[in-house]
Design a protein around this ligand. Sequence first.
Ligand code: TNX
Length: 536
Amino acid sequence: YSSIILLAVLFWTACSSPVSNTPISIIPAPAKMEIQNGSFSLSSSTKLVLKDEGKFSNEVEFLQITLEHALGSKISEDGNGTEIELIFDSQIQAAGAYQLEINSDKVILKAGDPSGMFYALETFRQLLPADLEGSKTSGEISIPTVSIEDQPTLDWRGMHLDVSRHFFSIEYLHRYVDLLALYKMNKFHLHLTDDQGWRIEIKNYPELTEKSAWRTFNAQDSVCMEKAVEDPRFNFEQKHLREVDGQTQYGGFYTQDELRELVAYAQSRHVEIIPEIDMPGHMMAAIQVYPELACIDNPGWGELFSTPLCPGKEGVYMFVENVLTEVMDIFPSKFVHIGADEVEKSTWENSQACKSLMAAEGLKDVEELQTYFVERVTKFLKSKGKEVIVWDDALNAGIDSSTYVMYWRNWVAEVPERIAANGNRMILVPGNPMYFSRLDAKMYPIYHLPLHGKKYPEEKVNLIQGTQAALWSETVPSEALADAIIFPKMLALAERTWSSPEVLDWESFKVRLQTQLKRLEALGVKYSYNVTKELI
Ligand code: TNX
């Protein structure tokens, strides 16, 4: 097949379709593609043909939404024009795999599972003219004839969003899901709590959101807010304010109902939302309301990080379990992320409660105490049928090998090798280049991210689940600024994770990206301008 691939790549870069204003510019690049020389005409009289054994009703709905958006109407099984046929095909076995064939009179989409059909439809959507994302046509839409076979390469194709440091509206999260799905990404890691804000309603502890979802501005915020305000592209507007006792506070939170709706929406787009409740560090939002959760009387900032939960206190486990019980009730994902990064352990050293626990459990230092905490919470979550994810710091004094680890500290030598040696499954989030909020994060290294280094044992490669990027929001006070940081970098990540190494082609990607920028623009995404100069 290499000649087919080569031809396809040549076509991508050279061929501007004669029948549509939009050259074929699919991102992520499909595994196999052959472009023919004709066109298919889509209109409101196009006939919907279902041979899906009833398996793809959610995807049919998505097709109708897409068509309504572009054409102003759905299509029906009574149509008398060209045809769109959705077929369940048990021969297509890989999860997420699909075939898409566009002939001059018929579009045939085949998949063996709903996610495959969904991805077929997202590819089909990318073959519609980009500007139809923003405005409908009432006429016919001309689509180039093409035949595609495709399937995902990595299982974990993710994006993270920190909604704690700055609040992002629930509408923004819905749109985030849409944009992930458009580029066939399937994991949305939602960082719901941190020192600066508690964003998830917990019925058992209403003060968490009544108080800790809100804060007054601090100097650091105003610096970056000023910058954002100065830049006309960001159309900056501080929406999330409330007045308390004559004081303006910034913040917000999501109700459980809002989150449930978001989860259902994401499920319909084959995006899994993984909730993170970061502990025992990064917990000041909770500790501010319940100071008894800390080991010390005056919690705040320690030597390096904020005051953590006190692992020597039984009440802490009760709090954690109660919170996680509500979290699990909202998020059906098999994963719960418990953070376990950047823990300031100095407050544990002098704590009587910690000393007693360490003596009773035979723990020799505070590192082992951290392991005790993580293992105890892990055990609780596993007893409820969940898989646990932690940041790689948790590995220091050892963790259970069944825990999933997110590798982020790329400046610490051989973290991936240590994770492999411990037998853990791993998700790659190396700070460089995967922390998109870093000013030096560039598309080229994202596109070329190696899955492992030379020292990583070949026989452990199957422990690597995939990769994701993170958007930490300390310096990201607006949704428009988040857009500009995420896009178009996320498209490089999407292609890196979905497309097979044989079809990855940076030069072709850059060409296709130009068309995708039009699509993003039509969708109202405020991607970074001057993309070729600033980001690559
Ligand atoms: C480290 S990455 C953190 C975050 C910060 C980020 C950027 C990680 C597990 N912890 O809490 O937001 O650096 O400042």
